[in-house]
Design a protein around this ligand. Structure first.
Ligand SMILES: *Cc1c(COP(=O)(O)O)cnc(C)c1O
Length: 388
């Protein structure tokens, strides 16, 4: 093994770099999860987390990866054979569709080219065509982490309202929450799915459901089999600050610290920071003469940028060189984008010089891999960082 000095650059779009103060918070002693100190911690957390979702309603916290919270959103609100409307925006939307199928739901899957988000007009058309209201839920991935495309949830909400359709709106914000503007209540989302290891700057291991009143009502009659994921007992125990099982105590310490950091910076400043770093990254990609995968100016992701390789060049080879030479991890192309794109994560605990170092590493890696690029890219990104 080669020896490494300095910090590893973890520039995948999750897990992201965990701030030192979050790691320190995690290193506290594990306490009795049925004692008064723990109860007080939970009650503080359940309040402090609400602004991040933009909700006044309950947020359920699971000791699970994001995939668990996907399942929770489906099994709490739906019944066997229910129809759900899903959109092929990329790899994660496809995996959520697969999960819905394996749970016994019927899925209407709108095909996509993995370069666009969910089209609000198509949502309106599909719902308008469903005269019997057999579609019970619309599932949308807010930020498709495999492509760097962000769907316009507010416009999707308007499309659902305009069609007068009663379907629930379930939204995956696993790689957008705490990085890209998001408003659970204002946008009328029924279940928001989130995870700890991306914009929230925590290690993997926690995930979340923010739940609307309408979703709670649906849960009363939903018949998909559930036990561990059942919101009911969790929300009930949470009233006094407890959980119906042993929670991930030390990750909850970390969550409290991360929420404090987000509140100190201010959510609007957090979103603006991500948007600016994303703009600088796109300037670099265009300066290199390469193409950003996202094909719609309205849908560029604030948390990551997927870069298309010129034909004949392998994205995984570039990533391998960058890891070997510069100790930086970049995101691989997932699913059908394998080898064709690499993904630059610019979310979470991140600043101008982290981005400058990241883009310098990418530029050198592209050159070493023999990809024909212009070295102007890095300078173009620095121009953006300097000017705003
Ligand atoms: C990471 C991610 C997931 C999967 O979450 P896990 O924590 O790996 O289970 C799902 N959806 C999106 C959009 C993601 O970014």
């Amino acid at each position: 093994m080669t020896s490494r000095t300095g910090r590893h650059f973890l520039q995948i779009p999750g897990p992201t770099n965990v701030p030192d103060q979050v790691l320190r918070a995690m290193s506290g002693p594990t306490i009795d999860h049925r004692g008064p100190e723990f109860g007080a911690l939970t009650l503080r957390l359940l309040e402090a987390i609400k602004p991040v979702f933009g909700t006044e309603g309950p947020v359920v916290i699971y000791p699970a990866s994001g995939t668990g919270a996907w399942e929770a959103a489906l099994v709490n609100t739906l019944s066997p054979g229910d129809r759900v409307l899903c959109f092929e925006t990329g790899h994660f939307a496809t995996l959520w569709r697969d999960m819905a199928l394996s749970l016994g739901l019927e899925v209407e899957f709108v095909p996509g080219d993995w370069r666009h988000g969910t089209d609000p007009e198509v949502v309106a058309q599909r719902l308008a065509a469903d005269l019997t209201h057999s579609i019970k839920a619309v599932c949308v991935v807010h930020n498709e982490t495999s492509t760097g495309v962000t769907s316009r949830i507010a416009e999707i909400r308007q499309a659902i309202d305009a069609s007068g359709h009663p379907a629930l709106l379930l939204v995956d914000t696993i790689s957008s929450l705490g990085s890209i503007d998001y408003r659970h209540d204002e946008w009328g989302v029924d279940v928001t799915v989130a995870g700890s290891q991306k914009g929230l700057m925590l290690p993997p291991g926690l995930s979340f459901n923010a739940v609307s009143h309408k979703a709670l009502t649906a849960a009363r009659t939903a018949r998909l089999t559930k036990s561990f994921w059942d919101w009911g007992p969790v929300i009930e125990a949470n009233r006094r600050g407890y959980f119906p099982y042993t929670p991930a105590t030390n990750l909850l310490y970390a969550l409290e610290e991360a929420l404090r950091m987000l509140a100190d910076e201010g959510l609007d400043a957090v979103f603006a920071r991500h948007a600016r770093h994303a703009a600088a990254t796109r300037a670099a990609v265009r300066g290199w003469g390469l193409e950003v995968l996202c094909a719609d100016e309205r849908e560029h992701s604030g948390s990551l940028t997927a870069v298309l390789m010129p034909t004949g060049h392998d994205a995984d080879k570039v990533r391998e060189i960058i890891l070997d030479r510069f100790d930086m991890s970049l995101g691989a192309g997932l699913g059908k984008l394998s080898g064709r794109v690499f993904r630059i994560g610019h979310l979470g605990h991140f600043n101008d010089l982290t981005l400058a170092g990241t883009l310098a590493g990418v530029q050198m890696g592209l050159e070493l891999a023999g990809v024909p690029i212009s070295p102007r890219g890095l300078g173009d990104a620095l121009d953006v960082l300097r000017s705003r």
